[in-house]
Ligand binder design. Structure first.
Ligand code: PBG
Ligand code: ZN
Length: 328
């Protein structure tokens, strides 16, 4: 084996054209899914304090935003709804006239080149902010799964293209697949939030989606951040139950999990660069402590290099503009 001075790894770094030639990981607009928050009312565009550049939209302004997203060449959005009324059962989650169902119909009436993905969970809709039905302080699994299946069907009936359950109940992928198929939605894919960790990085999202639990936390259903083998068992289970795409969440702090999931299963793999990851980069950028654009791209390249085929990111619009600017 050749060694220095015959071998010089810097030869492929001296010139930008050479660097472009040998680059192993390239971002593409096709990788991007943009999360959007929809709230009741009209003409609403509220900036989320802990997520500068991210807004809550009413349905009318949401449709305009979606036009801009589609025009940027971003292939898909994922919708989160903040309902008019919350109750113990999270009824608006599966109401045919709920906020998400109306939002999907409004988008689909005007835009035909954008995948509408919906997040399926109850925490935005329950008065207690938990992801499922409660018995005292316990989150019930099987009773919750039935409601999630109802929620998924109501999204599909409204016109959703892909269903993304984020609840982490056991057996929900099988139940949702069965329910969708029974209703004739055999072609609708499921992106499963398969390895979703109980994470402090979700803090800003809970402000954006008004879904902070009234007591306790989500550790009885979301995963312990220390566990990698268990993450693989979660992913394997969801694949067996019928998930078409599997997701790891958060992304940046869990690159090892993304790599293991990709290597072990070879499935289309998605990663969610969550609200806290976004907020930290934004905050440091706004303070002038880091170069925001550079760190944004570096963070997304890292997620892709780890094995993700696509990612949910609040930077999707910025990343698309960057890709336009650099003509990638
Ligand atoms: C709902 C849900 C959450 C996120 C996506 N879907 C919050 C949570 O589990 O508490 C977090 C996304 C983010 O932080 O950007 N279950
Ligand atoms: Zn939830």
């Amino acid at each position: 084996m050749a060694n220095y001075p015959t071998k010089r790894l810097r030869r492929l770094r001296y010139n930008p054209l050479v660097r472009d030639l040998v680059r192993e990981t390239e971002l593409s607009k096709n990788d991007l899914i943009y999360p959007l928050f929809v709230v009741p009312g009209t003409k609403v565009k509220n900036e989320v304090k802990s997520m500068p550049g991210v807004f809550q939209f009413s349905i009318d302004t949401l449709v305009e935003e979606c036009k801009e997203v589609a025009a940027l060449g971003i292939p898909g959005i994922i919708l989160f709804g903040i309902p008019e009324h919350k109750d113990e059962q999270g009824s608006e989650a599966y109401d045919p006239n709920g906020i998400i169902q109306r939002a999907i119909r409004a988008i689909k009436a005007e835009i035909n080149n954008l995948l509408v993905i919906t997040d399926v969970c109850l925490c935005e809709y329950t008065s207690h902010g938990h992801c499922g039905l409660l018995n005292g302080e316990e989150i019930l699994n099987d009773e919750t799964v039935s409601l999630l299946a109802k929620e998924a069907i109501s999204h599909a009936e409204a016109g959703a293209d892909i269903i993304a359950p984020s609840d982490m109940m056991d057996g929900r992928i099988a139940a949702i697949r069965k329910a969708l198929d029974y209703k004739g939605f055999t072609k609708i894919p499921i992106i499963s939030y398969a390895a979703k960790f109980a994470s402090g990085y979700y803090g800003p999202f809970r402000e954006a989606a008004d879904s902070t639990p009234a007591f306790g936390d989500r550790r009885s259903h979301q995963m312990d951040s220390a566990n990698a083998n268990e993450a693989l068992r979660e992913v394997e289970t969801d694949i067996e139950e019928g998930a078409d795409i599997v997701m790891v969440k958060p992304a940046g702090p869990y690159l090892d999990i993304i790599r293991q999931v990709k290597d072990k299963f070879g499935m289309p793999t998605c990663a969610y660069q969550v609200s806290g990851e976004y907020a930290m980069i934004k905050a440091a950028g706004i303070n002038g402590w880091i170069d925001e654009e550079r760190v944004m791209i570096e963070s997304l390249v890292a997620i892709k290099r780890a094995g993700a085929d696509m990612f949910l990111t609040y930077f999707a619009k910025d990343a698309a503009r960057y890709l336009d600017k650099t003509k990638k």
